[in-house]
Design a protein around this ligand. Structure first.
Ligand code: ADP
Length: 394
């Protein structure tokens, strides 16, 4: 406990000589004594300072000591200040002080005995100091409880984040493993079958036409696996913040034409075709490889979910840069799914037949944003979809 903390004592008496005598009696280095010549003056001081003790003369003209004490007891700020009444005669002590039960009250008799006064003051000042030390301890405890609570909340949130991250990683691993198994199984079965046919000498199964088909099938499975692995690598680059774009001069109409040509067979396979509307060349600085990846993603989806209907690609120059639109006339995407499909592992309600991890659009959006661009979708169920890409000049 800090014993050097000074404590305030209020003394109230209408006679100045009494105030001087009392002050002289209780003067101590660690006390500040405030004299008041009336109840009113005392109330003013009570509002301005915090007191360890009030010593009130009972007999005063105007507001007497008991009335002042009653007022003090009726106010929160002064209710707990211990009061010592100074009275001239035993008669006054019978006065029923209404606020008695609300706090410490004691009495001193005139003529004042120096020793009695000093020891009473010492007791009340000690009590006051203990109380304020306890208050500080309680406040410190409360503060550390609040800090612990805040820490606990932080820890809980961190644990939740961690659990979510671990679960996401586990989900990711199991989805990837599952998705890789499908093309691997197919390849494995194909090789088993071929070995069997070779062992049986059935070379008729390896005509040039059959071989061509086999190679095409193998090629498809291998491409599927390569795509999955590339997607995984991109996701881990996105997560670690190392996905970068390397802009160089690109002409988009030519790029789109190339991508569309490459996907011609895939479009034919689902009974669709892709047309390009690019009235003029659009040049700028973008990462050609990444833009190609974005367009391939959008076109593959358009073929997958396009219901075999034609797919249209549009290119136009905008004041900011370029706009590419990929439009299909397939199953469309509900309002609710439009919010989700750009997130990791999110696959829309209509994606039953699709293979893939639900990463394509997530990666697409990250790539577009890495170019400082925007991607948006406009769609309604059954009415097809338009994916719009706005790329600012690099
Ligand atoms: P994936 O195709 O591997 O599932 P994507 O991230 O490319 O992953 O797409 C997420 C989901 O968005 C798909 O599962 C599908 O439900 C929906 N989607 C994407 N493109 C289209 C489209 N053109 N038409 C309808 N739905 C689409």
């Amino acid at each position: 406990m800090d014993t050097f903390e000074s404590a305030n004592i209020l003394i109230v008496d209408d006679l100045p000589e009494n105030l001087i005598a009392l002050e002289a009696l209780i003067r101590r280095d660690d006390l500040v004594v405030y004299p008041a010549a009336s109840g009113e003056a005392a109330l003013t001081l009570l509002l301005e300072h915090e007191f360890a003790l009030a010593i009130l003369d009972v007999q005063m003209p105007g507001m007497n000591g008991f009335e002042l004490a009653e007022l003090m007891r009726s106010t929160g700020r002064t209710r707990r200040i211990p009061i010592v009444f100074v009275s001239a005669a035993g008669r006054e002590l019978n006065h029923a002080f209404k606020g008695y039960e609300a706090g410490a009250v004691d009495f001193l008799h005139k003529p004042l005995d120096g020793y009695a006064v000093r020891s009473k003051v010492a007791v009340f000042v000690d009590m006051y100091r203990q109380r304020s030390a306890m208050g500080r301890q309680v406040e410190a405890l409360e503060q550390s409880r609040r800090e612990q609570q805040a820490l606990l909340e932080k820890l809980n949130a961190a644990q939740l984040d961690l659990e979510r991250a671990v679960k996401m990683r586990d989900d990711f691993m199991s989805v990837v493993a599952h998705e890789l198994r499908t093309p691997l199984n197919t390849l494995f079965l194909e090789t088993q079958l071929r070995r069997m046919q070779i062992e049986r000498g059935n070379l008729a199964a390896f005509t040039p036409e059959q071989l061509g088909k086999m190679v095409a099938r193998d090629d498809r499975q291998i491409r599927n696996m390569v795509r999955l692995i590339d997607d995984m690598l991109d996701v881990s680059r996105i997560r670690s913040g190392t996905l970068s774009v390397r802009p160089a001069q690109v002409e988009l109409a030519g790029l789109l034409r190339r991508v569309i040509d490459d996907l011609e067979q895939q479009a034919l396979a689902v009974g669709s075709c892709i047309t390009l509307h690019a009235p003029q060349p659009v040049e700028g600085r973008w990462d050609e490889f990444r833009i190609e990846q974005v367009v391939v993603n959008l076109l593959t989806n358009a073929l997958r979910y396009g219901g075999g209907k034609p797919v249209e690609v549009g290119l136009s120059a905008t004041p900011e840069g370029a706009r590419i639109e990929v439009r299909d006339h397939g199953i469309g995407i509900s309002e609710q799914d439009q919010q989700r499909i750009f997130q990791q592992f999110e696959r829309g309600g209509g994606g039953k037949s699709a293979d893939g991890l639900g990463l394509g659009l997530y990666i697409t959006r990250q790539l577009v944003e890495a170019h400082g661009g925007k991607i948006s979708v406009h769609s309604a169920p059954g009415e097809g979809s338009i994916f719009r890409l706005d790329l600012p000049q690099g």
